[in-house]
Design a protein around this ligand. Structure first.
Ligand code: NAP
Ligand code: G4F
Length: 331
């Protein structure tokens, strides 16, 4: 009998790569989709017919209980969230409802339907915020800098609490930034690679950015979903930092992306103070030693390979369907 997995956030970047991985491993894969006036299935179109989709929402406890009862998964990956940091200042209450209480709802639903279900919670390096030590490990204290980061700290601790209170197999993966050609267009990597492709193809002349000095530890989403799966295959539930251990500035990202397309970034990049954040996370760099040791996980794609892969994908996409996605400069 094949194992069953339920993914919340299956229409997102990570959900789509995780669904690819689990389908390849022979899982029966189900995903949660929320009601919307227009379908948002572009990341999982290639999987339709091989996965099952169920309506539910993190805001609605009964819908979560219903889908978990129907699917009866062995493994549940809670990837659904409001994941764009700037939007969390615009909608702090909703961010808390989705990202903090939404996780409590998922854990409660698991506890009520079948406490044997193994749960993965998508925690974030944004929890480290104004970092207390370099590099950051599983033991580094949190200092979140946005409503998003604060909501993820709640989610992390409620996951730990349900593990300790009810003996749930619930793990928290503290993942550093991870990107791909399926990344949302508003995040800086994709905004840059989409912008480079538009400029190269004569569809735009410039791209506007905020803080070029911020540093992140960027990896490839395909590598990171493998770590999620490994966490749920262990004997004991635990928390892990997943990162490359290398950080780069936004400026490095820009240089590599424009350089790959044969463009001089200084001629095309504008800085816009409106894109600066009320409180910035200046420098994230993770220490993935525990994951390497216990999960035997290592990332396969480095930063340059990631950025060039994304530029090539955007060039290919825009060469065939130039108006598929709105110009990223609007964010
Ligand atoms: P993403 O592309 O923004 O996807 C988010 C997913 O959550 C989408 O499928 C979205 O559905 C769904 N969702 C949002 N609100 C929901 C609700 N109320 N009910 C049900 N589904 C809802 O994010 P991602 O990059 O794949 O990230 C996955 C998870 O990892 C998130 O929890 C994120 O916070 C966390 N994380 C990401 C990173 C990273 O660098 N990517 C790093 C650390 C942690 P729609 O398609 O309908 O919008
Ligand atoms: O790509 P970003 O928007 O990602 P951010 O804020 O680091 O958050 C992402 O990673 C987190 C893990 O640490 C996840 F939890 C979260 O869900 C999300 O996936 O911004 C990265 C950096 C920031 O310092 C930002 O100030 O890029 C800087 N930046 C500079 N100009 C910009 C821009 N970011 C965006 N989105 N747009 C710009 O124009």
């Amino acid at each position: 009998m094949s194992r069953r997995a339920l993914i919340t956030g299956i229409t997102g970047q990570d959900g789509s790569y995780l669904a690819d991985l689990l389908v390849d491993k022979g899982y029966e894969v189900s995903g949660v989709v929320r009601r919307s006036s227009a379908a948002n299935l572009w990341r999982i179109e290639h999987l339709l017919g091989r996965i099952h989709l169920h309506p539910a929402d993190l805001l609605d406890q009964l819908s979560l209980i219903k889908v978990i009862d129907e699917v009866r998964p062995h493994e549940l990956y809670n990837l659904a969230a409001m994941s764009f940091v700037p939007a969390s200042w615009d909608q702090p209450m909703l961010t808390g409802e989705f990202n903090a209480q939404g996780v409590t709802r998922v854990l409660e639903a698991v506890r009520q339907v079948d406490p044997a279900i193994r749960v993965y919670q998508a925690s974030s390096s944004e929890m480290f915020g104004k970092v207390r030590e370099i590099p950051q490990t599983e033991l580094t204290p949190f200092y979140p800098r946005s409503p998003y980061g604060v909501s993820k700290v709640f989610a992390h601790y409620i996951t730990v609490n349900y593990r300790e209170s009810y003996d749930l197999f619930a793990v928290s993966g503290i993942l550093f930034n991870h990107e791909s050609p399926r990344r949302g267009i508003e995040f800086v990597t994709r905004k840059v690679t989409d912008g480079v492709a538009r400029i190269k193809l004569g569809l735009a002349d410039s791209v506007s950015l905020g803080n070029l000095d911020a540093q992140r530890d960027w990896g490839f989403a395909g590598d990171y979903v493998r770590a999620m799966w490994l966490m749920l295959q262990q004997e004991r539930a635990d928390d892990y930092v997943i990162a490359t251990g290398v950080s780069h500035a936004v400026r490095d990202l820009v240089e590599i992306a424009f350089g790959h397309a044969g463009l001089d970034w200084k001629k095309h990049v504008r800085t816009d103070p409106k894109l600066l954040r009320p409180a910035e996370v200046d420098h994230l760099i993770g220490d993935p030693s525990k994951a390497k040791r216990q999960l035997e996980w290592t990332p396969a794609v480095d930063f340059t390979a990631l950025v060039t892969m994304m530029v090539d994908a955007d060039l290919a996409r825009l060469s065939t369907e130039p108006r598929h996605i709105a110009n990223a400069s609007t964010w």
